[in-house]
Design a protein around this ligand. Structure first.
Ligand SMILES: C[S@@+](CC[C@H](N)C(=O)[O-])C[C@H]1O[C@@H](n2cnc3c(N)ncnc32)[C@H](O)[C@@H]1O
Length: 379
């Protein structure tokens, strides 16, 4: 087993090569706040397409350290703590996020030494520790909704020699006593940005979060707060995260529902979810509330499931060798019809990339726009 700084240096090199780490100050911070101090001894390591695998520190310390210093997330809670960690499960509710996305978000924050930062979603405390190392313990407040997780984060941070302010509260309300903040850093997925975060950020301050609308993957997002109490910004990259508790999606397994209105389409169902991240943003904006799941079928095809909270659903089947694809839909809305129209609208705009879109938050809600903030596209 090599000394810990060797693992950290290798991780930092990998993150530099992958484009996540460019600021040398974060490399120093990675050394000062070692990730293994925030990882449980029983580590459920993200298996990607495969099931998560359990790595036990007591059984193999070297394997555990390699897993902890890989660019993968480690699940630290299932079912809001109702299921013991050692039992594992499908419903992940807290994690030690993957180093690459953690550093990507920290770089997106563009911190200055004096910045006062609010983190939403303390989890293991690693991000809070990295922030505290960078701007000082007194400048960091981290809010966690789960008291047991917050207490665990306090222990981890103590071991790392850091002591940012930890608060147990609903982060959707921000935390006014610690404000105003120069930066709000949200480490759980958000569909709708709570206006409290805008109110608690200084003019010119930034709010950085994973926008996870439910359709396709999530998007790194950075907003800046205006003097008029609005927050405006753009999307910067990919980000998949566990959701803010009050904004979770109803989890559903792909179901077989054959009794809807039957039609066909010439648009390959695989196109709408696989075309570009710009298309993903457009579809999420134009068909709000839409969630999707793709399922491989036994004949080599792909079944696209679409859902909406009002109970509307649609299935669109790519079947190899066919020119027309079967569609079934039912409920108050015709979701495939809406998705097809939205997709072709995005095509008619010239298929703009994700970087062309942005988001504005006002007291009245959230607007998605194309090219400039005065060109809203969501209904
Ligand atoms: C991906 S984890 C955060 C990872 C963490 N920042 C780290 O460095 O280990 C997301 C966390 O957000 C917390 N969370 C979810 N909803 C919340 C809310 N409304 N307020 C505060 N925390 C919340 C979850 O309990 C979970 O611990």
């Amino acid at each position: 087993m090599k000394p810990i700084p060797g693992y950290i240096e290798e991780l930092a090199d990998r993150l530099t090569a992958s484009g996540h780490l460019s600021d040398p100050r974060w490399r120093q911070v990675l050394h000062a706040v070692p990730r293994h101090l925030f990882a449980p001894s029983l580590a459920w390591v993200d298996g990607g397409e495969e099931p998560n695998r359990l790595v036990d520190r007591a059984a193999d310390e070297g394997a555990w350290l390699r897993a902890v210093y890989a660019d993968t997330s480690i699940t630290t809670q299932f079912d809001d703590g109702a299921t013991p960690l050692e039992a594992g499960g499908e419903n992940y509710t807290s994690s030690l996020s993957a180093p690459g996305i953690v550093i990507a978000f920290l770089e997106l924050l563009a911190l200055n030494d004096h910045h006062r930062v609010l983190e939403i979603g303390t989890g293991t405390g690693w991000t809070a520790g990295l922030l505290a190392q960078r701007v000082g313990d007194h400048n960091v407040t981290s809010v966690e909704i789960d008291a047991a997780l917050s207490a665990g984060a306090g222990e981890n941070l103590k071991a790392a020699g850091r002591s940012p302010r930890l608060v147990v509260a609903n982060g959707a309300d921000g935390w006014p006593p610690g404000g105003p903040y120069d930066r709000v850093h949200v480490t759980c997925g958000v569909r709708e940005v709570p206006y409290a975060w805008v109110e608690q950020t200084r003019p010119g301050g930034r709010i950085v979060f994973p926008w996870v609308p439910g359709f396709a993957f999530g998007h790194q997002t950075r907003l800046a707060v205006t003097s008029g109490g609005r927050a405006i910004g753009r999307f910067a990259g990919n980000a998949g995260y566990m959701m803010l508790r009050s904004q979770r999606f109803e989890l559903y397994a792909p179901a077989v529902e054959e009794d809807g209105e039957q039609t066909t389409t010439r648009l390959d169902p695989r196109t709408v979810t696989g075309d570009s991240y710009g298309c993903d943003v457009a579809l999420a904006a134009l068909v709000p509330g839409l969630t999707s799941v793709e399922e491989d079928t036994s004949d080599g095809g792909v079944r696209l499931h679409l859902r909406e909270p009002d109970g509307s659903w649609a299935l669109a089947d790519y079947t190899p060798g066919r020119d027309h694809f079967a569609v079934a839909q039912a409920g108050p809305r015709r979701l495939w019809t809406e998705v097809e129209a939205a997709y072709l609208r995005w095509v008619s705009w010239g298929s703009p990339d994700r970087e062309r879109f942005g988001l504005t938050i006002t007291p009245d809600g959230q607007t998605i726009w194309l090219h400039s903030p005065d060109n809203a596209i969501n209904p």
